[in-house]
Design a protein. Structure first.
Length: 222
């Protein structure tokens, strides 16, 4: 087996193992045995288990983005359409486009139980993606809306998407498989989350406008 093949084989095997057991419970010995390579291979190609894990996280990120990339937009694309695309992309990345892959599961594990590798995900995946949503909301709400209010909106929208990933089993138990299959597929969830979020955003915009009008109105004294 060539050096390139050994390295790739380690990554291929390590991904599902880390996804199932997490960083702490996974051993280098187990990975090397499953990959059918020498026990020293991890140190030789990656330095240590932590660096191997980081490489696997990078691979998981690339798989997730390639599975559900953001579409390209033009100057004619409305902010509402951009938000629809953003929500669609997030839902597809979280729920998958088919059978849930190890990469999807590993990233969600890292979100719920962060390790040092989560900093890489924040800088290279989460923050850029959130910044896209922030710029969309700036178009809808206007630049006068404080950044923290926009970010609260972004997190609220993302939380709706994450709920159906984290609580999939609970939703199935509460509704039954038939109802879940009929009314909770990816397209239906995207439509609900988008409508719900746009209504809240437009309501917030109206409240802020009324607040500005009220604060700028002269005070009448008797």
């Amino acid at each position: 087996m060539s050096s390139c093949n050994v390295r790739d084989r380690l990554l291929e095997v390590a991904g599902p193992v880390f996804s199932e057991k997490g960083f702490e419970k996974t051993t280098v010995r187990e990975i090397c045995q499953k990959a059918d390579v020498n026990l020293a291979s991890v140190n030789y190609y990656f330095g240590d288990k932590e660096q191997l894990y980081l490489e696997v996280i990078c691979l998981a990120k690339e798989i997730g983005v390639s599975r559900a990339p953001l579409p390209g937009w033009t100057s004619e694309t409305s902010p509402e359409q951009k938000l629809r695309d953003w929500v669609t992309t997030l839902v597809r990345r979280m729920l998958g486009t088919g059978e849930l892959s190890w990469s999807n599961h590993l990233i969600m594990r890292e979100v719920l139980r962060p390790t040092k590798a989560c900093e890489h995900l924040i800088q290279e995946l989460f923050r850029p993606f959130v910044n896209v949503a922030d710029s969309i909301l700036k178009e809808i709400l206007g630049e006068s809306v404080p950044e923290f209010r926009r970010m609260q909106c972004v997190f609220s929208i993302a939380a709706q998407c994450q709920f159906y990933r984290v609580s999939d089993g609970l939703v199935t138990l509460m509704l039954g498989q038939a109802e879940k299959d009929s009314h909770y597929n990816i397209e239906q969830l995207v439509e609900h989350i988008l409508q719900f979020s746009l209504s809240a955003i437009k309501n917030l915009k109206q409240e802020l406008r009324e607040s500005e009008i009220e604060s700028s109105s002269p005070v009448h004294r008797i």
